[in-house]
Design a protein around this ligand. Structure first.
Ligand SMILES: Nc1ncnc2c1ncn2[C@@H]1O[C@H](COP(=O)(O)OP(=O)(O)OP(=O)(O)O)[C@@H](O)[C@H]1O
Ligand SMILES: [Mg+2]
Length: 354
């Protein structure tokens, strides 16, 4: 393959706008400089010319002036309900190829309730839920305590703390009020799944033809050809059960990230591991993901480790040595540079640029 001009598009924490009174975790989702630097050297190792462009309002003009052959997009966006979809939208206007999922998928999956509706439509297991836009909205019948309260459209554990687990109406209303106030977006209240925490990363694309539905017939062959499943990662939250409530909180993801125990491959029996891969493929498929994604699960300890899909991340973190996807790849003998080039190759194949 001849050397391509690859532009890494990211939103760096250090370039993000700030204002007085901004919550300290507001830009927790954005990337560190060393992540982008590692991606650039990975792409250079892959034989390409790689540069970085900040995914801000100047991006359109800069790309138009000097279009790369392809963009490696990891922009989380700054503002708006569909912020992750904004950069892909301008890339499509400019007709520039890019890695990863497209506009509809990124807008959908940033919205957890909307994603859960799509999963539920396809009978994929996700905790029962309700969305509250006011703290005093009546709770649906069938949602029994303990429940879990989180923002609808955040990542990196933002808004997730031990107070997310609520045991009664008073705790639930108080937590919904706090999150409404802080994030100014609808709040998701869902069945609390007590059990193990597993995440499954995947690189690839489903071999065509691919309908965005799951076969209704349970005995039909499971469509997952074309996807490379990385070994499942278990996050052992036991050491912080007291402080963090046994959940993958914002503090666990940021402050404690290098202190947690990551078990990869997670010790799972073969049937359960195959089931998680299938649920990952099905979620990837019904949400229309491309090239890469990571699906987060909880296994219900009270129901024989039954898996529940919490969410799908089509822009999984790529921080060397830290991000879940990177740890999973390592466990499969794929280092950071290879992982980055694997994702790029998936996109190049889709655009017939290989
Ligand atoms: N319904 C639930 N039951 C039990 N724990 C939950 C539930 N929903 C979320 N959690 C806990 O909160 C963590 C973060 O939730 P979730 O993955 O939805 O948020 P996130 O901030 O988008 O994460 P990411 O960093 O993957 O973007 C989960 O990993 C899990 O530990
Ligand atoms: Mg998650």
């Amino acid at each position: 393959m001849s050397a391509l001009k690859v532009a890494v598009l990211a939103n760096l924490k250090k370039n993000a706008p700030t204002w007085p009174g901004m919550p300290e975790d507001y830009w927790a989702d954005l990337d560190a400089e060393h992540t982008v630097a590692a991606m650039i050297s990975a792409l250079q190792e892959g034989g390409h010319q790689a540069t970085f462009l900040e995914g801000d309002t100047s991006l359109y003009e800069r790309l138009q002036k000097s279009p790369p052959d392809i963009c490696f997009n990891i922009c989380e966006g700054h503002f708006g309900d569909s912020r992750e979809a904004q950069v892909p939208a301008i890339l499509e206007m400019l007709r520039i190829p890019y890695t990863g999922s497209k506009v509809l998928t990124l807008a959908l999956t940033l919205d957890k309730p909307m994603t859960k509706r799509v999963l539920a439509f396809h009978a994929l297991p996700t905790p029962a839920f309700q969305v509250l836009e006011r703290a005093d909205e009546p709770l649906d019948d069938g949602l029994d305590f303990p429940l879990f309260v989180k923002p609808s459209r955040q990542g990196t554990g933002m808004g997730i703390s031990p107070q997310s687990i609520v045991h009664d109406e008073t705790q639930m209303r108080a937590q919904v009020s706090r999150l409404l106030e802080k994030y100014q977006e609808p709040i998701l209240v869902e069945h609390f799944v007590a059990g193990r925490e597993i995440t499954v990363g995947v690189v690839g694309n489903l071999a065509p033809p691919v309908a965005r539905r799951v076969p209704e017939d349970e005995t039909a062959p499971r469509v997952q050809r074309g996807l490379r499943f990385l070994p499942p990662l278990e996050i052992d939250l036991g050491a912080y059960a007291e402080e963090e409530g046994g959940i993958y909180t914002h503090r666990a993801k940021v402050e404690l990230a290098d202190k947690l125990t990551y078990i990869c491959p997670a010790p799972l029996d073969a049937d359960l591991a195959a089931e998680l891969n299938w649920l990952t493929a099905a979620t990837f498929r019904v949400t229309g993901c491309l090239d890469v994604a990571r699906v987060d699960f909880r296994l219900d300890a009270a129901d024989g480790d039954r898996p529940y899909i919490l969410e799908i991340n089509p822009l999984p973190g790529l921080a060397p040595g830290i991000s879940d996807l990177v740890i999973e790849a390592q466990a499969d003998g794929v280092d950071h540079a290879e992982l980055v080039n694997m994702i790029l190759e998936q996109a190049l194949a889709r655009y017939e640029l290989l």
